[in-house]
Design a protein around this ligand. Structure first.
Ligand code: ATP
Ligand code: MG
Length: 428
């Protein structure tokens, strides 16, 4: 018999209910289409709750990224209620209620964790069923990841329903896994990364057992589906917490499986902090910039700009740096190519002005973004900011000739005799 009872049995059987007068969520802060869906479900006699991150963010006074709806209506029942409804997903059947071309409200039927008895005899179907076993609202709260992500806002009474102690954790600014972290991380190792992400985004402390759970289960992250890791990794950048989270991930042994074996270094984390602060200023990130930022430090260690290697060799080193990661995470060739251009661009920028091919380099579409990255790199590593200023100048006035060759370490190579020559027009 386990010495410590499971968390669920520690929680009171009845949920904590916060009536409208006792909380700060006003309907004026909920998206009108989501409200419309909630009201219609409610009028049709179903339970209709706002669930997940939306409730958490509204209670914290933040603007939710999106609003999700939970209900006891089955996906088929939801479909019958809304003309503009489409059922999506095989593993996790959801109803999408569309409003116009760009807006949709996601409606999920309450679910519970599948048990052995729920699963069909054919093991081939297990993965389809495991996430589609309908349950009660309480069971639905318990299948979620963190207590603060499992709060419900009931449209029938405008009250908050808390089955898992999420309100107390919000108050204490604490991120806590629902149930036993070791078990929950075994079930889904991506939750470890999400724990670090939410703690950083909300500036919450990790609950002690959750932290210990991450240390104990870190290596399991290697077993998570690469596509999910890739998506969560991008989320860190979108939410401008990549530097903070990846530093912590390194400390608890989570980082190497996230970066296909790369163990990270302080210069990388400092660069990611700069990139995050640029994102907080409202500049969008893209995946090729993310990849280039992750691997720039290692790449420049392998080919420091002062070595002035032939560009073919530099390209090869950039490829080597990206190949393992991009192969494992099945990152599209176009994104990988763009990331390589950024790395090589930073190498060229680091060499300074006046090298062969500068004119073409200045006209290359990747160069402005390479310069942005390079500037962040200089700021993060305390490098010579004059260098970035000189390149900015060159980009804004591409026709100004490059400074004299005195700046160059190596003179430009002579064209080999018999090599390709530009055809000169015959004298008039
Ligand atoms: P945000 O959208 O602001 O990033 P969120 O809390 O809405 O935050 P989502 O990734 O959109 O996060 O997931 C919606 C909800 O689904 C979560 O709040 C959580 O309750 C549940 N959830 C998501 N991922 C998991 C998971 N791996 N395990 C258990 N529950 C999860
Ligand atoms: Mg969400």
């Amino acid at each position: 018999m386990p010495l410590i009872p499971p968390r669920e049995s520690l929680q009171p059987a009845e949920p904590v209910i916060l009536p409208r007068a006792a909380h700060s969520i006003s309907r004026s802060r909920i998206d009108p289409h989501t409200l419309q869906v909630l009201y219609r479900l409610h009028r049709a006699g179903h339970l209709a709750y706002l669930v997940g991150g939306g409730v958490r963010d509204l209670l914290l006074g933040r603007t939710p990224k999106d609003f999700d709806v939970g209900t006891n209506a089955t996906p088929q029942q939801v479909k019958r209620l809304f003309r503009n409804c489409f059922l999506v997903g095989r593993r996790f059947r959801l109803a999408h209620v569309r409003f116009g071309p760009d807006e949709l409200v996601e409606v999920a039927t309450f679910r519970r964790q599948a048990t052995a008895e729920d699963l069909p005899e054919d093991p081939g179907d297990h993965h389809l069923l495991a996430e589609n076993v309908f349950g009660t609202p309480r069971e639905d709260a318990y299948r979620r990841d963190f207590t603060i992500n499992a709060l419900f806002y009931d449209i029938a009474t405008f009250s908050i329903i808390d089955h898992v102690g999420g309100l107390a954790d919000l108050e204490a600014r604490r991120l806590r896994v629902i149930g036993d972290p070791l078990v929950r991380f075994n079930e889904d190792p991506v939750r470890m990364l999400r724990a670090l992400e939410f703690a950083a985004r909300l500036d919450f402390a990790l609950d002690e057992t959750t932290r210990e759970g991450i240390y104990a289960r870190a290596l399991l992250i290697a077993e998570a589906a690469p596509a999910r890791i890739r998506e969560e990794l991008l989320e860190l950048f979108r939410h401008a917490v990549a530097g903070k989270v990846l530093r912590q991930a390194q400390a608890c042994g989570l980082l190497e499986p996230l970066l296909a074996g790369y163990e990270g270094d302080d210069a990388t984390f400092a660069l990611l902090d700069r990139l995050d602060s640029r994102t907080r200023d409202g500049v969008k990130i893209n995946e090729s910039l993310v990849l280039a930022a992750l691997f720039l430090s290692r790449f420049l260690r392998q080919c420091p700009p002062k070595t002035d290697l032939p560009i073919g060799e530099v390209l090869e080193l950039a490829n080597l740096d990206l190949d393992l990661h991009c192969g494992y995470f099945r990152i599209a060739h176009g994104i990988r190519h763009q990331a390589r251009e950024l790395l090589v661009g930073c190498y060229r920028l680091g060499r300074g002005r006046g090298h062969r091919g500068e004119r073409r380099f200045l006209q290359h579409p990747a160069t402005p973004q390479a310069l942005e990255l390079f500037q962040l790199w200089l700021e993060a590593s305390g490098g010579d900011r004059q260098l970035a200023a000189a390149w900015h100048n060159a980009l804004s006035q591409p026709d100004t000739p490059a400074p004299a060759a005195a700046e160059r370490k190596n003179p430009p190579r002579r064209r080999r005799r018999g090599g390709k020559r530009r055809r000169t027009p015959p004298p008039a």
